[in-house]
Design a protein around this ligand. Structure first.
Ligand SMILES: *[C@@H]1O[C@H](CO)[C@@H](O)[C@H](O)[C@H]1NC(C)=O
Ligand SMILES: *[C@@H]1O[C@H](CO)[C@@H](O)[C@H](O)[C@H]1NC(C)=O
Ligand SMILES: *[C@@H]1O[C@H](CO)[C@@H](O)[C@H](O)[C@H]1NC(C)=O
Ligand SMILES: *[C@@H]1O[C@H](CO)[C@@H](O)[C@H](O)[C@H]1NC(C)=O
Ligand SMILES: *[C@@H]1O[C@H](CO)[C@@H](O)[C@H](O)[C@H]1NC(C)=O
Ligand SMILES: *[C@@H]1O[C@H](CO)[C@@H](O)[C@H](O)[C@H]1NC(C)=O
Length: 822
């Protein structure tokens, strides 16, 4: 809640704001005269006509007979609503708007404003319920108005006879104030994109000028109030204010003066090293009350490096509610190698039962000891008003405990497994040749797939300078993305931001830009280039090129119009996909994965299959993306790859988790989870649900085993799936999720089964003779071709593999080339 700050320091100085809102309604409620505050004219609503209509009859104007000396004119009058009454604002510019209400319950003989209790709604959405105040309060909301009008409805509630308001502001916000792409949703299981923020109603809870002074509406381009952070610091002595007198270097792609005024970026808190040794590490932490209700908040953090003497010295970590929000944040690179250049980051977090939001910044290991520091310039916390938590408080509490213990358990298991692995490190298996059948395909399959062979082709760029043909100059990428224009951001991942762009030759591209300077992503970056330049397939997102100039790590892909599969399943307002569309998508993704596993020299394990990594093009053709964690599959003398457990929570193969042995069956498990997501239209892990429902795989398998999977399918699919099709689909998912990898089908088998599911849906017939047979290649329907891309090459490469045993990637490349040449 923003407490009202006296507006008495009215100066006659002209304050020119660079932003002029198109819609700009400032109402001095209950007054017949205009009142000028901070050079803005608030129009009295008792004098007719005014640009808004107030419904007549149920409201009266009230004047404070004894106004406090020095208080603003705005607070000398109020409109009192004795019944439901509305203000209607005619909106010219659709888009994000600010709405502010000023409440000052002054003393009046006939109406005790302090006892008023009322509700307020915006375009029908209730934002205040049973609201009552004894103090001066400003309530601020930010919402998108798509209609031609904004209706503000006041109605007495809870037995009260009236409500009131002293002033109302409704004005257009800058278009990029609330971006739809870029915010990260943080949760104990990791972070993911948060879409469609602009469609949420935001209520300002805190707005803080960290390390600086109070900023009044007079000092702010959008007439906001910012207050100092001292009272929120957990340990005051940990922080030391920093101040510059130079105006910030605003840049394209960073913050603007509308995002926050100069003064926010010209002050900061930094680590106070006065009384500690230079190599000690600690966080600066703030605690902000956000109310005890479980709610979701937008946390906007403002940064501007006003403390560094030179570039690339300041690296720090940012935590929100104890979760790592940004690791090794290097502002120099985000701000195109300029110091003192404003930048902001948005996070969406769920508040826990503590009722506070904690924000910490602390030094990263990457910064030189002498320059260890961490800064923060500003914080805004806004509540997502129209976010509905699905579960009651105590259920949630259990879930957090559960999730917490899972995470702790996971770490312990990892440590033990790691110790065992290290101990066993020297024990190496002897290469032993395998029979051909266990590796590849029966001749039947090869023959039947002949017609689809062209689906996978090797990368034409492969040459002695392996990836040279894929290099793209930084300047070209800057041009294609309008110098990384924020409005072109289409997503973000652990790796960094993803922008949409157009190359000079009109190729539409997606540009994934690593958080530059952070070498964290380097192995993933290199893996992705290695893997993607090696392969090209209709169902794998293809790499257009990459850029490695000036400590940049940029990957350029073909543009995928319809984005991630996940957003078409839940959490967005996109139209639901039909069952056939879903099956086609699953089949496409399975085909891509099958190709990864079998189609290249050693077989590639994706390791991070999930619905956000399956992208859809304009025709809803599925393509598997994000190969950053991929590993080359087992060499033919081994059955698994030992490796640190990576991947995404909720999709992780339990066997991989326990034994740290990675096989292509780990991808099959994750794919099984995706199949369930597609069927049930809910996330793999949803900590907000009741305990037994949190993990989709576990929950759905309980229903599957009871034969009641149909009970939990996406409501949009109810009555649309033929029972035989659903049965086979459920069985396929179940097999994928088998406890042990050996019991799971191969991706090829999964693919075949999904095609069969589709066939069952379309013809409704099921061949009796195989009614309950296992998933098995012999089940191949005569008219259905099993796709086996690139089969002839696989065979040739594999035979090389037998001979050479431990084969390195480059060797495989050269073999691939030789084969291509034949
Ligand atoms: C108040 O301002 C409005 C718009 O600026 C103007 O039309 C109106 O005449 C003013 N009313 C008074 C009483 O000055
Ligand atoms: C407002 O409070 C009254 C009791 O004072 C209660 O009956 C009513 O349900 C409340 N309304 C809302 C919308 O919370
Ligand atoms: C903010 O505006 C007030 C006038 O309302 C002025 O006195 C004060 O100096 C300004 N503060 C800054 C930091 O500009
Ligand atoms: C640092 O130590 C000095 C002397 O002990 C003390 O006066 C000062 O307040 C301390 N400063 C901080 C920020 O703790
Ligand atoms: C900073 O805070 C985070 C989150 O609470 C914590 O994980 C980390 O260990 C802290 N760092 C230091 C140096 O205290
Ligand atoms: C956001 O919502 C709009 C409709 O309000 C919809 O058209 C759009 O596709 C949604 N975007 C995402 C990514 O969910």
């Amino acid at each position: 809640m923003l407490h009202f700050l006296s507006l008495t320091l009215l100066s006659l100085l002209h304050f020119s704001s660079s932003f002029t809102p198109l819609d700009n309604f400032l109402i001095n409620c209950g007054s017949s005269s205009n009142s000028t505050v901070d050079n803005r004219v608030f129009v009295g609503d008792s004098a007719k006509p005014i640009s808004v209509s107030v419904s007549a009859g149920k409201s009266i104007s009230l004047t404070d007979s004894n106004p406090s000396p020095g208080s603003s004119n705005l607070y000398h009058t109020a409109r009192v609503f004795t019944g439901a009454s509305r203000y209607e604002f005619r909106i010219q510019q659709a888009g994000t708007h600010f709405v502010r209400f000023h409440f000052w319950p002054f003393n009046s003989r006939n109406h005790r404003l302090k006892s008023a209790k009322f509700g307020v709604s915006l375009n029908g959405y209730p934002i205040l319920r049973n609201f009552t105040t004894k103090n001066a309060v400003i309530k601020e909301y930010i919402l998108r108005v798509d209609d031609k009008k904004l209706e503000v409805l006041f109605s007495p509630e809870g037995g009260s006879r009236f409500g009131f308001v002293n002033a109302i502001e409704v004005f257009s916000a800058p278009g990029d104030l609330i971006p739809d792409y870029g915010p990260r949703l943080l949760s104990p299981s990791g972070s993911e994109e948060f879409y469609n923020l602009s469609s949420k109603i935001l209520e300002t809870v805190h707005r803080i000028n960290v390390g600086g002074s109070i900023l009044t509406p007079f000092n702010d381009t959008l007439w906001r109030t910012w207050i100092n952070d001292e009272d929120f610091l957990v340990l005051k002595s940990a922080a030391k204010p920093a101040l510059t007198t130079h105006t910030p270097n605003y840049q394209e792609g960073g913050a603007t003066q509308e995002i926050a005024p100069d003064n926010v970026y010209m002050t900061a808190q930094q680590m106070n090293r006065d009384n500690v040794t230079s190599d000690s590490r600690f966080n600066i932490s703030w605690k902000f009350e956000v109310g005890s209700h479980s709610a979701r908040h937008l946390v906007r953090l403002h940064f501007c490096d006003i403390v560094s003497k030179s570039l690339n010295l300041l690296y720090f970590n940012v935590y929100i509610n104890g979760l790592l929000a940004v690791r090794d944040l290097d502002l120099s690179v985000l701000t195109f190698h300029e110091l003192a250049s404003p930048y902001y980051m948005d996070f969406v977090v769920d508040s826990d039962n503590s009722g506070v939001t904690r924000i910490s910044v602390g030094p990263s290991d990457l910064s030189p000891v002498s320059a260890r520091n961490a800064i923060l310039n500003g914080v805004e916390i806004m509540k997502l008003v129209n976010f509905v938590a699905q579960q009651s408080e105590d259920k949630k509490k259990n879930i957090w405990v559960l999730v917490g213990s899972i995470v702790v358990g996971f770490v312990v298991v990892c440590l033990i497994v790691l110790a065992v692995l290290v101990a066993l490190k020297c024990k190496k298996k002897k290469p032993k040749p395998r029979p051909a059948e266990s590796v590849g395909w029966t001749p039947l399959r090869v023959a039947s797939s002949y017609s689809r062979m062209s689906e996978g082709t090797a990368n034409p760029y492969l040459g002695p300078n392996l990836y040279l043909g894929l290099k793209i100059p930084f300047a070209d990428i800057q041009l294609a993305t309008n110098n990384f224009d924020r409005s072109l951001v289409i997503g973000s991942g652990g790796f960094g931001m993803v922008y949409k762009g157009v190359l000079r030759d009109n190729t539409r591209i997606a540009v994934k830009r690593g958080v530059p300077g952070s070498r964290q992503g380097l192995p993933e970056f290199q893996t992705e280039i290695t893997v993607l330049s090696k392969i090209r397939h209709r169902h794998l997102v293809s790499l257009v090129g990459y850029c490695e100039e000036q400590s940049e790590m940029i990957l350029v892909y073909e543009y995928m119009d319809k984005g991630p599969l996940k957003t078409h399943l839940y959490g967005s307002e996109l139209p639901p996909l039909t069952w056939k569309q879903r099956l086609d998508i699953c089949i496409g993704a399975a085909r891509g994965l099958h190709y990864l596993h079998t189609g290249s020299a050693q077989g590639i394990i994706h390791r991070d299959i999930k619905s956000t990594n399956i992208l859809l093009d304009e025709n809803y053709v599925a393509k598997v993306a994000d190969f950053g964690l991929s590993k080359s599959g087992p060499c033919l003398n081994e059955t698994h790859v030992s490796t640190g457990v990576k991947g995404s929570f909720g999709y992780l193969d339990p066997e991989y988790f326990r034994r740290q042995q990675l096989t292509d069956k780990s991808d099959v498990y994750s794919f099984g989870v995706v199949l369930l997501e597609v069927l049930c239209a809910r996330p793999a892990v949803d900590p907000l649900l009741a305990r037994e429902q949190v993990n989709l795989a576990e929950w759905a398998m309980q229903w599957q085993q009871k034969g009641l999977l149909a009970k939990i399918i996406d409501p949009h699919l109810v009555g649309k799936i033929k029972p035989s099709s659903l049965k086979k689909f459920g069985e396929t998912a179940e097999k994928c999720l088998a406890e042990y990898g050996v019991d799971r089908p191969t991706m090829g088998d999964v693919l075949w089964n999904l095609e069969y599911v589709l066939q069952l849906q379309e013809t409704g017939t099921r061949r009796e003779s195989h009614e309950d047979s296992d998933i098995n290649t012999s089940e191949l329907p005569s008219h259905s071709a099993v796709p086996l891309p690139h089969s002839s090459n696989i065979r040739t490469e594999r035979s090389h593999g037998y001979a050479s045993g431990d084969i390195s990637t480059t060797q495989v490349f050269s073999q691939l080339m030789t084969n291509e040449g034949r």
